[in-house]
Write a protein that binds this ligand. Structure first.
Ligand code: AMP
Length: 288
C-alpha cells in the first residue's frame, strides 16, 4: 500500500490504477469506514482512501483541534484491508496560499446539519470536489450515517457533471445500536451508556410509522419524548424530511428520512433512519 501525501504522487498512482473505488475519510477509522473500504474492494479493481481532517467543514467553536487522530493505526487497518493507496495531505496541500473557492450547494445545505453548522456543507462540497478531481475515482463510497452529506454529494456530482458514481452504504452500528463514529471516543462512560437512546428514538418513530402513524409531528414528538428519558441527552433537532429535498414533511411518506442531532455534553452525535417503502420488511431501508 502506498502512502501518498502529495497531489502529484496521487496523480501518478491514479494513472497506474484501473477502475478505482474511493473512500474519503477524516481518519480515526472504525468498522463503519472499513465497511466502505470492503465494499469498494469487492466492486472495484483498485481502492484509494483519503485521510484528511478538513478544516473548512469545522465551525470556529467546533472540535477541529481535538478531532481524534491515529495515523499509524489507520494505515495499518487500511493495509490489512487491501487498500492500494492512501492520500494523506497536509492542509496546505489542499488549501495553498490564496485559495478562496467555495461551493454552495443551495437549499439542501441550509437545513438540519447546515442550520446548526453554518458553512459546514460548503466545506464538505468543496473538499469532496477537490478530492474527486485529485483522485479521479470511478466510484466513491459514502456512509448513510451522514445522510445529508450523501444528499449534498449526489447533487454536487449531478449539478457539476462530475463523472463519479456515488454509492451510499448502510450505517454500521455497535451491538447496542449506537452508530459508529470517530466522535464516540469523546463520550464519558456515563454518556456512552445513554448514547443508544438516539437510535432507540429513531426506532420508536419507525415503530409508530409501522403501526400506521402518518402525522410527521407525532413522530417528531415521539423522538423527543424518547430522548427526554436520557438524563445526559440534549436534542439539537429532530426531523422527518423528504429524502431528496430534506424539506420537513407534514405527512410522513415511505422513504422519508428520520434524523436527529443530540448533544451529550460537548459531544454532538447524529443518526438517521430511512422509512422503508411498504410492504417491504423494516430492514429493507437504506440504514438498516
Ligand atoms: P468521516 O471520517 O466521519 O468523515 O467518515 C468518512 C465516511 O465514512 C463518510 O462517508 C461517513 O458517512 C462514513 N461513515 C462514518 N461512520 C459510519 C458508520 N457508522 N457506518 C457507515 N459509514 C460510516
Amino acid at each position: 500500500m502506498d502512502v501518498l501525501p502529495t497531489i502529484a504522487q496521487v496523480r501518478q498512482a491514479r494513472r497506474r490504477a484501473g477502475p478505482l473505488g474511493f473512500v474519503p475519510t477524516m481518519g480515526f477509522l472504525h468498522a463503519g469506514h472499513l465497511s466502505l473500504v470492503e465494499r469498494a474492494r469487492a466492486e472495484c479493481g483498485a481502492v484509494a482512501v483519503s485521510i484528511f481532517v478538513n478544516p473548512t467543514q469545522f465551525g470556529p467553536n467546533e472540535d477541529l483541534s481535538r478531532y481524534p487522530r491515529d495515523m499509524e493505526r489507520d494505515l495499518r487497518l487500511l493495509r490489512d484491508a487491501g487498500v492500494d493507496f492512501v492520500f494523506t495531505p497536509q492542509p496546505a496541500e489542499i488549501y495553498p496560499q490564496g485559495f478562496e473557492a467555495s461551493i454552495d450547494m443551495g437549499a439542501v445545505t441550509r437545513v438540519l446539519e447546515g442550520a446548526s453548522r453554518p458553512g459546514h456543507f460548503a466545506g464538505v462540497a468543496t473538499v469532496v470536489a477537490k478530492l474527486f478531481n485529485i483522485v479521479q475515482p470511478s466510484r466513491a463510497y459514502f456512509g448513510q450515517k451522514d445522510a445529508q452529506q450523501c444528499v449534498v454529494v449526489r447533487r454536487l456530482v449531478r449539478d457539476l457533471d462530475i463523472p463519479v458514481e456515488v454509492i451510499v452504504a448502510p450505517t454500521v452500528r455497535e451491538a447496542d445500536g449506537l452508530a459508529m463514529s470517530s466522535r464516540n471516543s469523546y463520550l464519558t462512560p456515563d454518556q456512552r451508556a445513554e448514547a443508544p437512546v438516539v437510535y432507540q428514538a429513531l426506532s420508536a418513530a419507525r415503530t409508530l410509522f409501522d403501526a400506521g402513524e402518518r402525522d410527521a409531528q407525532a413522530l417528531r414528538h415521539a423522538m423527543l419524548a424518547h430522548i427526554a428519558t436520557a438524563r445526559l441527552a440534549d436534542p439539537d433537532y429532530v426531523s422527518v424530511a423528504d429524502p431528496q429535498t430534506l424539506a420537513e414533511l407534514d405527512t410522513v411518506e415511505e422513504g422519508a428520512l428520520l434524523s436527529m442531532a443530540v448533544r451529550f455534553g460537548k459531544t454532538r452525535l447524529i443518526d438517521n433512519l430511512v422509512l422503508p417503502p411498504s410492504p417491504e420488511p423494516r430492514n429493507g431501508g437504506l440504514s438498516a
